[in-house]
Design a protein around this ligand. Structure first.
Ligand SMILES: [Zn+2]
Length: 464
């Protein structure tokens, strides 16, 4: 039914946009910066040898003018340029999601976020710091002379010949200079499918039934960075068929999905989640995705859309599935509307997968396993694996991540509790009675089957 996943980073659109033809800094998306505003104090000139070098290739009279598109094969081969290429290649090789470039009092450091955790990489030479930061800002079309306000930009770079990668770049003026964070936009799974989410067979069946329904509200909950949006993309991809009109509004849309009408929120222009949602309803929709429900107006339109023949998918910041109900009532949704609209709530976390090359079984006391939540019949001399570290996993002990889920279909008994304005505790008890597993239980199942460590499972599902 669903077509093969085809998606590209949203920055593809940028590639088609007119590009800057010279190395002249381009104030792309500087936050709240008045172009004409004169600085109160003259901005310190960038260190001469570095900034001059950065523009060499485009400012010399005898060289043809070209846009500053970088690449490993580029003639401009200063140590800072090489360091940038090497670092981004390393980020790709290790499938990092972000690169942090951080000035310190006497130097700088670089760290990669891999599977949600930051790891320092080889100490870069101190004298290359300014040239490196300037280089990134030039490529991201940020104003290199402006160092006192945060700026945003994007850059595209050839990490290996013929293979381009896109980054979203953000600068922040810190005490010791500008800190840069480069987010890799290509750090995405190869396929957006329900299989990639890590659901157990029963959860998958429940979830498929809920998203195959013609109408209702389906919510994915969890903290930032728990993979909620990726889950919604997988749901959308599953429903992506010629016979359906799918619309999504996000803040911002980071992945382009062929076949889905995607809208990015632009608050300044008045395009909010609620405005986009109302517009969708006039566009003959079947499935609507709302990136996040965070205000009464959005919640109200989403709930009403779900009651009037549309399938609405969205996310919410709550600890677990039962808490989502109290949160929506808190935002201002009427309990009887919510009871009628809500079809399913899931909660999720990501845990790191142990490296299968080096994981080792380590004895754990029965008391520790019992305290974690394992049942007596599981304490049969079995020992969980712990992370070790080898060349295959760059001495980290983990490679990649997997989702753990709580999948809670909304039953008639729960609808009655919602209408009666029951608290989260009563809803959680009802979910338990209906054999909805908790996140902790899902995490422990992954420890039991050797996918992850006890430390990782406990860290991701702290019981508050
Ligand atoms: Zn390993």
């Amino acid at each position: 039914m669903s077509s093969s996943p085809r998606f590209t980073p949203a920055s593809t659109a940028d590639r088609l946009a007119p590009t800057v033809k010279t190395g002249v800094p381009y104030r792309a998306m500087a936050l709240e910066v008045e172009p004409a505003a004169a600085p109160a104090t003259p901005a310190p000139a960038p260190p001469a040898q570095h900034s001059a070098r950065a523009f060499d290739s485009t400012s010399r009279d005898d060289t043809p003018r070209r846009e500053p598109t970088p690449g490993v094969a580029e003639a401009d081969n200063t140590p800072a340029v090489r360091l940038l290429s090497d670092t981004l290649r390393e980020a790709t090789r290790r499938n990092a999601s972000d690169l942090h470039v951080e000035p310190t009092e006497h130097g700088w450091r670089m760290r990669l976020r891999i599977d949600g955790v930051l790891h320092a990489i080889a100490q870069p030479p101190a004298h290359l710091r300014d040239a490196f930061i300037t280089r990134v800002k030039v490529l991201a079309r940020m104003d290199i002379a402006e160092r006192r306000v945060p700026q945003d930009g994007r850059l595209r770079i050839a990490t290996t010949p013929g293979k381009f990668e896109d980054y979203r770049v953000n600068s922040l003026p810190t005490l010791f200079g500008e800190k840069l964070v480069l987010r890799r936009l290509d750090a995405l799974p190869a396929a957006l499918s329900l299989d990639s989410l890590g659901l157990d067979p029963a959860q998958r069946a429940t979830l498929e039934a809920a998203i195959s329904a013609p109408h209702g509200l389906v919510l994915v909950t969890g903290p930032t960075g728990s993979g909620k949006t990726l889950s919604l993309y997988c749901f959308l991809q599953k429903l992506n068929a010629e016979s359906r009109n799918l619309c999504s509004v996000e803040d911002p849309a980071e992945i382009q999905l062929a076949g889905i009408n995607q809208v990015s929120v632009r608050e300044k222009a008045g395009l909010t989640f609620a405005v986009a949602l109302r517009a969708f309803l006039r566009q003959d929709p079947d499935v609507i995705m709302v990136g996040e429900i965070r205000d009464e107006e959005t919640a109200d339109v989403a709930v009403k859309a779900a009651q009037t023949g549309h399938l609405v998918l969205s996310t919410l910041h709550t600890n677990d599935a039962p808490a989502a109900i109290a949160r929506l009532i808190d935002i201002g949704v009427e309990p009887y509307h919510l009871a009628a609209a809500l079809r399913m709530v899931t909660a999720q976390r990501l845990v790191r997968r142990l490296c299968v090359v080096c994981r080792t079984a380590a004895p754990q006391s029965a008391a520790a396993l019992r305290a974690a939540g394992f049942s007596e019949d599981q304490l049969d001399g079995w020992h969980p694996y712990v992370a070790a570290g080898c060349d295959a996993c760059h001495r980290i002990g983990y490679r990649g991540r997997v989702g753990i889920h709580q999948v809670m279909p909304v039953s008639d008994a729960m609808r009655e509790l919602i209408v009666a304005n029951a608290g989260t505790l009563s809803l959680a008890r009802q979910a338990q009675a209906e054999r909805v597993g908790t996140l902790r239980e899902a995490a422990l199942a992954r420890v039991r089957d050797g996918t992850t460590s006890l430390a990782e499972a406990l860290g991701a599902t702290e019981v508050v």
